[in-house]
Design a protein around this ligand. Structure first.
Ligand code: S3P
Ligand code: PEP
Length: 418
């Protein structure tokens, strides 16, 4: 089905009040799907996200011989045989970073050929460091452009017991290797290279999910994890709501002076983006500098919120936002500056939001290019809660992680015109 070309938000002119649950966590759903697929037996995943990203992961696992039933909108019943089979055709994973990176490493456990591919956006997202790490383990993996497609000709096993990985561009490479390593036949030490890794919290999520599926993994130094060759056990697994999705609702609450009950307190999320709650609660007194390195997916939300802050905000530690679904630093600076020239500017990889509380209540018609990026669409919708005339192009790209986003806002009283 073709998505709508655009959607204009009509500012509600009143506080948003009500109950609105974010969907299940994308990050945890895609970890749990993979681990359940690598396990022997049947796992019941509840509270799961059903969206483009998790559909691509589930379809890919099905293509590799895993049985996945979907009895309702939030449950996957996954039956694996502890071995993934070589798929008949390339795996198409859209623009799902988690699915692409996690399956590239898991492909090394397959006896046979696996081609991991995605859409035009994914074909620009780097995967070279992960492919190099697999090669250092003796696995025949190639990605000619340094981005998908990746071809892995696995034998189902690998020889080495130590691998180094630079997670500077993406922590997903590290998570991918950790999850794959438990499927080997000897302990593997995974060592981080490089000064900087954003989003360490995602590695904690990976380790927690692995342990829930029976793996033994320990952090043996600040930069090393040892994974034992346990494989995975099938289990029933409850997935918490998505913290990145929650940020839009938290921001909608403070922007409109409303009260939105998400059903889960911010302190109960284990995902890194829950850190953004403390920031959002400080609105309209956000700090002058926000380091986004440990809450990257929340930066679009915070940047749009910052436009209404009392004082300007500089976002630092966000260089790898340039290699997400789109170049988010550019999408944010250009989108903000479409509303008011100079509202968003870039200095190196930093984003500076000029901030102007008097924007609220104005009509400033602006068409915001989503660049097919769900977070750009969802965050700029927040500007539309306070400014008349904000139009989001390609609004249905929210289907990547939060298909019900526009309906959820509507349930809180937000109206739209096409
Ligand atoms: O591991 C994960 O689930 C994720 C890690 C982060 O990506 P990078 O590690 O590529 O920064 C984040 O942006 C992405 O949405 C989900
Ligand atoms: C960066 C994101 O996704 P992914 O890397 O999983 O495609 C995101 O959801 O913001």
């Amino acid at each position: 089905m073709m998505g709508r070309a655009k959607l204009t938000i009509i500012p509600p002119g009143k506080p948003l009040v009500g109950r609105a649950m974010p969907p299940g966590s994308k990050s945890i759903t895609n970890r749990a799907l993979l681990l359940a697929g690598l396990a022997k037996g049947t796992s019941r995943l509840t509270g799961a996200l059903k969206s483009d990203d998790t559909r691509y992961m589930a379809e890919a696992l099905r293509a590799m011989g895993v049985t996945i039933d979907e009895p309702d909108n939030t449950t996957f019943i996954v039956t694996g045989s502890s071995k993934l089979k070589s798929p008949a055709a390339p795996l198409f994973l859209g623009n799902a970073g988690t699915a692409t990176r996690f399956l590239t490493a898991a492909a090394a456990l397959v006896d046979g050929k696996v081609v991991v591919d995605g859409d035009a956006h994914m074909r620009k997202r780097p995967i070279g460091p992960l492919v190099d790490a697999l090669r250092s383990l003796g696995i025949d993996a190639t990605a000619e452009t340094g981005c998908p497609p990746v071809t892995v000709n696995g034998t189902g096993r690998f020889e080495a017991s130590r691998v180094q990985i630079d997670g500077g561009l993406s922590s997903q490479y590290v998570s991918a290797l950790l999850m794959m390593a438990a499927g080997g036949d000897r302990p593997v030490d995974i060592e981080l290279l490089g000064e900087h890794i954003g989003a360490l919290g995602y590695i904690d999520l990976t380790v927690a999910a692995m342990r829930a599926f029976g793996a033994r993994v320990e952090r043996t130094s600040p930069v090393t994890w040892r994974v034992e060759p346990t494989g995975y056990h099938a289990t029933d697994f409850l997935i918490e709501p998505d913290a990145s999705a929650a940020t839009y609702l938290w921001a909608a609450e403070v922007l409109t002076g409303g009260k939105i009950d998400l059903g889960t307190p911010a302190t109960e999320f284990s995902q890194p983006d829950a850190r953004a709650y403390d920031m959002i609660s400080q609105f309209p007194h956000l700090p002058p500098v926000i380091d986004g390195s440990q809450m990257q997916d929340a930066i679009p939300t915070l940047a749009v919120l910052a436009a209404f802050n009392e004082t300007p905000v500089r976002f630092v530690g966000i260089a790898n936002l340039r290699v997400k679904e789109c170049d988010r630093v550019r999408a944010l600076s250009s989108g903000l500056s479409r509303i008011v020239p100079g509202l968003g500017t870039e200095e190196g990889d930093d984003l500076i939001v000029a901030s102007d509380p008097s924007l609220a209540g104005k009509t400033l018609p602006a068409e915001i290019d989503s660049f097919a990026d769900h977070r750009i669409a969802m965050s700029f919708a927040l500007a539309g809660l306070k400014i008349g005339g904000i139009t989001i192009l390609d609004p249905d790209c929210v289907a990547k992680t939060f298909p019900a986003y526009w309906d959820v806002l509507a349930s809180l009283g937000v109206a739209y015109r096409d």
